[in-house]
Design a protein around this ligand. Structure first.
Ligand SMILES: Nc1ncnc2c1ncn2[C@@H]1O[C@H](COP(=O)(O)OP(=O)(O)OP(=O)(O)O)[C@@H](O)[C@H]1O
Ligand SMILES: [Mg+2]
Length: 486
């Protein structure tokens, strides 16, 4: 077992036996396999871990707070009695800004990055605070001691939180604890254990096999004039709780051995994926052209009133940038609908387009099969949100507005030029355009939208008609552009 298998002991109810379970399980598990590294730590501040395991007056390596401040878990370890290694508890965890500001996966990430092996047991406080959330988030197995119906009802929050973190329901196991065997009931459930188990199953919770009985022996091992904590394994042999703990430890050992995917591995993968995503996004933002792809107006300037943005990116991802809403709408009306420029703001057609464009993708692609190189032809496609083509139009791509008037390049030519479509000789190259949500470049680039954009990009690429004729060479294209000059 190279990765640590993490067992978190948690219940929002206090005094149900969490700490007693944690410290004794550590001893029993170690006894089952001496060679298995066993690490224990507690977010509780009762220092039972130290009272049982500490040899002499050690300390000073740090404590569980270090898991939040970037210390390596292996550097915080203290080797204790019975071969159990532990990270010392802390009295001041909530004073640490790193704890208050931590996400729920801080400890899991710390364990994932560590060299810890074997089994890790985490004892928690009776609240679902950020420390408990961290302990749960790292867990392969969550042991929930329940001693009565209120503690059973309390489980709901733990289940909900674990579900939100993608921890499967079967990883959570209830364990009836502090069961007073003297109490008997009439009816189908004769004792508290049977009753709690039935309640649990009725609510869809899974239980560990067996239970831990309430025993005066255990109490005396935890509270005694010496102020120490003694393990049940060494000081309670022959008792029922000894047999119950041994049975529980065997179940956990089997579960740990049978574990195929460790939670810390999953967290590590998630972390890598997140890092890649962030890096990708950062790179995209760096690549983003600073001006509107049509009018060259800087996107750093405050957005024009009631103006949205369209986003355009080439299939090869080399060129990406924004188009101001007016610029793109003008293009569409002028070249696609062949309507004159006078179709200004407030026009119902324009409003209609504004509304329908939210559900559309637009693709611009040079018709590479054009044999007459004196003419450049552009195909303008419109797709729906599923990437299915709705309409298309072939447009002659002119370089200049008017042969006789000025030398201003047409907006469509400027767009095609800026997108690099003229230089890119690949027949598969196209520019995909989509209305974005925000009014500024940063707002308009949320991760989820971009993922959808790239997905549609892939679909559009397969649906654009494949042109069998060879692509014109770069020289042909620049000739074509030259011919278009007045
Ligand atoms: N099996 C048992 N039989 C008798 N007493 C027990 C048993 N297990 C725990 N106790 C006692 O119950 C009390 C609470 O136990 P413990 O501290 O383990 O609970 P906890 O859930 O960790 O409490 P907290 O929520 O305050 O951290 C202690 O006094 C302990 O000695
Ligand atoms: Mg406790």
């Amino acid at each position: 077992m190279r990765k640590p298998y993490v067992v978190t002991i948690s219940s929002e109810k206090g005094g149900v036996g969490k700490t007693t379970l944690a410290i004794n399980l550590a001893v029993y598990l170690k006894a089952l396999n001496e060679d298995l590294p066993l690490t224990l730590f507690s977010f509780d501040n009762h220092f039972s871990v130290e009272r049982l395991f500490r040899i002499g007056k050690k300390g000073g390596n740090g404590d569980v707070g270090g898991l939040f401040t970037g210390r390596r878990p292996e550097d915080l370890l203290e080797l204790g009695e019975y071969g159990v290694q532990f990270i010392p508890s802390s009295r001041r965890l909530e004073e640490l800004a790193e704890v208050r500001e931590a996400g729920p996966d801080r400890v899991a990430r710390s364990l994932a990055a560590s060299d810890l092996e074997g089994i890790v047991i985490i004892d928690t406080r009776p609240t679902l605070d950020i420390l408990t959330r961290n302990a749960l988030c790292a867990a392969d197995l969550v042991l929930i001691p329940v001693k009565d119906t209120p503690s059973l009802e309390n489980c709901r929050n733990l289940y909900d939180f674990c579900q939100s973190q993608g921890i499967p329901k079967k990883a959570l196991r209830l364990l009836p604890c502090l069961i007073d065997s003297r109490i008997r009931y009439k009816g189908p459930f004769t004792d508290a254990y049977q009753l709690l188990k039935a309640y649990a199953i009725n609510r869809g919770y899974r239980c560990m096999e067996g239970f831990i009985a309430k025993s005066p022996k255990v109490e005396s091992l935890n509270t005694n004039p010496e102020g120490r904590v003694y393990p049940i394994l060494t000081h309670g042999r022959g008792t029922n709780v000894h047999r119950q703990f041994a049975h529980l430890a065997r179940q956990i050992m089997l579960a740990a051995k049978g574990c195929e995917t460790y939670r810390v591995d999953y967290i590590r993968q998630q972390q890598n994926r997140q890092r890649e995503k962030e890096q990708f996004l950062r790179q995209r933002l760096e690549n983003l052209l600073p001006d509107c792809l049509v009018c060259d107006r800087s996107l750093e300037e405050p957005p024009r009133e009631q103006q949205g943005l369209f986003y355009g990116e080439t299939a090869d991802g080399r060129v990406c940038g924004y188009l101001e809403e007016n610029c793109f709408t003008d293009l569409v009306f002028r070249y696609f609908y062949r309507t004159q420029k006078e179709v200004g703001g407030g026009n119902p057609l324009r409003e209609l387009f504004r509304e329908s464009s939210e559900r559309s993708y637009f693709a611009l692609r040079l018709n590479r099969g054009e044999t007459d190189t004196a003419k450049l032809e552009l195909c303008f496609h419109r797709f729906d949100e599923q990437g299915l083509e709705v309409s298309r139009k072939n447009i002659e791509l002119k370089t200049f507005e008017n042969r006789f008037l000025g030398r201003e390049k047409t907006p469509l030519f400027r767009l095609v030029e800026k997108a690099g479509l003229l230089e890119n000789v690949s027949a598969d190259e196209f520019l995909l355009i989509r209305r974005m949500q925000g009014a500024t470049a940063e707002e308009a680039f949320p991760e989820t939208q971009y993922a959808a954009f790239r997905r549609i990009m892939g679909q559009v690429a397969t649906r654009l008609p494949k042109d069998p004729s060879p692509s014109p060479s770069l020289a042909d294209l620049s000739d074509a552009a030259a011919v278009h000059q007045p």
